[in-house]
Design a protein around this ligand. Sequence first.
Ligand code: DGL
Length: 263
Amino acid sequence: MAEAPVGVFDSGVGGLSVLGEIHALLPQESLLYVADCGHIPYGEKSPAFIRERCVAVAEFFREQGAKALVLACNTATVAAVADLRERYPDWPIVGMEPAVKPAAAATRSGVVGVLATTGTLQSAKFAALLDRFANDVKVVTQPCPGLVELIETGQLHSDAMRVLLQQYVAPLLAAGCDTLILGCTHYPFLKPLLREMIPGNVILIDTGAAVARQLQRLLEQRGLLASGPALDTRFWTSADPQHFSNILPMLWKKSDNVSGFVR
Ligand code: DGL
């Protein structure tokens, strides 16, 4: 059982930023990745729809023998993690949420910006996160429709991306934010471009590494850490496998084993 793979899931390529952290921390783990690109963007979909997709992917991973599930998606986590944990009580499930706690600890100006999807920012789970960890700081939120779609086409530096990102970041800087939370797993791929746009003292925080550590803890507690060697990572997408194969080398090490995922 310990040598079984871990299933990692996102609406698209964003979760590859988390997959990279998991692979770096736990190189002995075999990984499976589903990108539900056929239904992107989750950030503009209803929680009920996202829950349905999450169950379909979870069932697929269970058929593949996955020993654990990582929701490498903030939007899917706020919509579905509670439901999934109820459905599969004995299955280790790691979710993720915007890094409000570390950002509140890091800010010096006392103003923190959150870039995330509309779905994440509108959720009760996010409101609860602010209630819990952001009492002493001001939090300015910025939904970012359109970013995910551009990232999905590999536009990490295009003019269109630059214009849109500038539009989202400018109000946060104007509000005095010195710490920006990247609250969607697609956004870490924009760090190089963001760095060109923001002052050097502004801190960027994302949660990929923390998710990898949480997965490590859960596997350890249950005696499920693999000793390796890991099998090649396998990828599935609910959109065009060829497109995913083309973009994969830009965001992951190589472009092997991409299959269609139909549910
Ligand atoms: N990557 C997802 C997240 O972390 C959302 C992308 C989407 O809107 O599909 O929130």
